[in-house]
Design a protein around this ligand. Structure first.
Ligand code: THU
Length: 160
């Protein structure tokens, strides 16, 4: 028996120290929380993604009385981008969230389904997507979505 340790690298930035391109994307994600339709949870999530041509698209969570019919902010942004601009890779994704007390103090962490979708994006475009997770305390910057999913399952694994 041997033990396998997995190492995850997260850069923790103050908002002010983030490079301009990253900071702007985080600001777009914060603003996108206003677009959430979060009638049931009152948890408003905003996502902003940067495409390979530098353009930005936003997403916000959309809830539904029939619970599973809703969708997270990250996936509304990713799917809209891929539906409209399938030829453009997604290079960065920023996420922010607020509840009735305001913006979250701790960086918001995407759910498992969104992480799986992010992995597919990296697999599809064969390049890493930088992930920026905002909290009022600071921003987690993760170089690649795959760093958030140890022991991930992607198309390569289908080959065995
Ligand atoms: N949600 C997101 O939009 N993104 C996340 O990363 C976590 C959760 C949404 C789903 C649901 O509308 C609400 O937040 C509460 O779970």
């Amino acid at each position: 028996m041997k033990e396998i340790g997995l190492h995850i690298k997260i850069h923790f930035y103050e908002m002010e120290e983030l490079p301009k391109e990253e900071r702007e994307l985080v600001e777009r994600a914060i603003a996108a929380t206003d677009h959430a339709y979060a009638k049931y949870s009152n948890f408003r999530v905003g996502a902003a993604i940067r495409l390979s041509d530098g353009s930005v698209m936003i997403g916000a969570n959309q809830e539904n009385a029939a619970f599973p019919s809703g969708l997270c902010a990250e996936r509304t942004a990713i799917f809209a981008a891929q539906a409209q601009y399938p030829e453009k890779a997604i290079t960065m994704l920023a996420v922010a969230a607020r509840n009735e007390n305001g913006l979250l103090k701790e960086p918001v962490t995407p759910c498992g389904s969104c992480r799986q979708v992010m992995l597919e994006v990296e697999d599809r475009y064969q390049q890493p997507m930088k992930v920026l997770l905002y909290g009022t305390d600071g921003v987690y910057v993760i170089d690649s979505a795959k760093d958030m999913v140890p022991l991930s399952f992607i198309s390569e694994n289908l080959k065995g």
